[in-house]
Design a protein around this ligand. Structure first.
Ligand code: AMP
Length: 455
């Protein structure tokens, strides 16, 4: 069974092609600059040594692609349909081809950001599901339209292939009402669906199950705080293996400081700036999503690597260039604000959970920045969270590691996330009729003998 996963953003499409019988990724890649001109695809056929575990066969890679090969090709994609067509052509023709015929694709799994209250688990896509996604556009205006475009294009291009939707919101459907209801007129929840939904669900699900496995316990026996910190960022409180609270809300704007999103702010600010500046509400919304967070604070950088590279520890607001975009002071301030707010969420979720067996860092920043991990957890010894500075600094990239000190009551794991693994296992289960929602489904990666893939 070969499964194509598609993750459609507004101008990009990430994909992977997985052979479920051989347990190996045949290809993965990204189409960039969709709808904006100058589109191109970067396609990679992983080498066997990048691949998963000892014990699985090297397998036939496909028709002719050389393992370890990366190809790049320009091809104009005015819509997501051309982008998916480009992916299908690349999988079947040319140097990067891994199958001879599209008929070898058993199913397509789509990442869909917002499932709303009705779609609480992965589903086979039919017309009714597409209609339901359309109804949710107002809840996720930035995210669901490209997801829907991807679903529709794939259905048109591969009409006989089953399509599955996997939702970012699904893992959080176990939240209790007191965690997801906003203190607003209750009718806004009942009539408009305004509530906390939470996102990054497949990532929080994957790393929380891996954390339970690393602790040598069943998911139902562990309490965790998972921190997915990438360009987008969210925290999740996991009690007994299920999500009981998360920092993103109605949309992915709430919660932690992110690359370009503000996270939590006083809602009155959105109103106030429209009085003080010539800004329409839609423009404020765009600025909160695209020009705030780390980018807003530094005025220049959203990528934390750039911010870290421009910090000077002794920079102050009195420096001559302090107000300049990208100044050492603004970079230092941005990371201090980000880490301080992360720390506050850790404290809040520790209080919500009562007992925390492990904290998990994942995604681009969480996996790769020992500095950000150290700054976030410094001073939390009183909560039983103690980082071993050396282990943290030396943590090998791409591996699962515990960077907590021996004496720490709470383990501190760095776990590379693998959302595609969730897409694939949900799809296989839906096809063979064994699927159950995340709180009842047993994934391969929660078993003690699972070896995470390295590619
Ligand atoms: P993601 O959204 O998970 O792909 O994460 C992307 C973000 O991870 C980038 O924007 C960077 O800010 C961050 N990142 C990646 N590598 C590092 C690193 N070595 N140090 C700090 N941040 C990093």
């Amino acid at each position: 069974m070969k499964i194509l996963t598609l993750n459609c953003g507004s101008s990009s499409l990430k994909y992977s092609f997985f052979d479920a019988a051989e347990e190996r990724t045949l290809a993965r890649g990204i189409v960039e600059r969709i709808t904006i001109g100058g589109s191109f695809i970067t396609h990679r056929v992983p080498a066997p040594e990048d691949e998963r575990p000892a014990g699985t066969s090297g397998g036939a890679v496909g028709v002719k692609a050389r393992a370890g090969l990366t190809t790049r090709r320009m091809y104009e994609c005015p819509t997501h349909k051309e982008a998916i067509d480009l992916v299908l052509a690349t999988l079947t023709k040319g140097d990067g081809a891994v199958i001879a015929d599209l008929a070898e694709i058993s199913a397509v799994a789509h990442r869909v950001v917002h499932g709303g209250e009705a779609l609480t688990g992965s589903v086979m896509v039919d017309d009714a599901v597409v209609d339901a996604l359309r109804e949710r556009i107002s809840l996720a205006p930035l995210h669901n339209p490209p997801n829907i475009a991807g679903v529709e294009a794939a259905r048109a291009l591969l009409p006989d292939v089953p399509q599955v939707a996997v939702f970012d919101t699904a893992f959080h459907y176990t939240m209790p009402d007191y965690a997801y209801v906003y203190p607003l007129p209750y009718e806004w929840y009942c009539d408009l669906g305004l509530r906390r939904y939470g996102f990054h669900g497949t990532s929080h699900l994957y790393v929380s199950r891996r954390a339970a496995a690393l602790l040598g316990r069943e998911p139902a026996d562990v309490n965790l705080i998972t921190l997915h910190i990438g360009n987008g960022a969210s925290a999740c409180a996991v009690r007994g293996g299920v999500s009981v609270d998360t920092s993103m809300g109605l949309t992915p704007l709430e919660g932690l400081v992110m690359g370009t999103r503000s996270g939590d702010i006083d809602p009155a600010i959105s109103f106030q700036v429209t009085k003080d500046l010539p800004l329409a509400p839609q423009e404020v919304y765009t600025i909160l999503n695209r020009r705030s967070g780390v980018l807003g604070l530094t005025g220049k950088y959203a990528d934390r690597r750039d911010v870290l590279a421009h910090i000077k520890p002794d920079a102050t607001s009195a420096d001559d260039d302090a107000e300049e975009p990208g100044s050492a002071y603004r970079c230092k301030l941005a990371l201090e604000v980000e880490c301080y707010r992360l720390k506050k969420y850790v404290g809040a979720y520790a209080a919500a959970l009562g007992r925390v067996d492990a904290l998990v860092f994942t995604a681009g920043v969480g996996e790769n920045s020992p500095e950000m991990r150290a700054w976030t957890l410094r001073g939390l010894e009183g909560l039983g969270i103690i980082v071993d500075e050396e282990k943290n600094a030396d943590a090998p990239r791409g591996e699962e590691v515990d960077v907590a000190a021996e004496a720490s009551a709470t383990r501190v794991f760095v776990i590379p996330t693998d959302e595609e693994r969730v897409f694939i296992e949900d799809t296989v289960a839906l096809l063979d009729g064994t699927y159950a929602p995340p709180d009842r489904f047993v994934y391969s990666f929660q078993k003690p003998d699972y070896t995470p893939r390295l590619d």
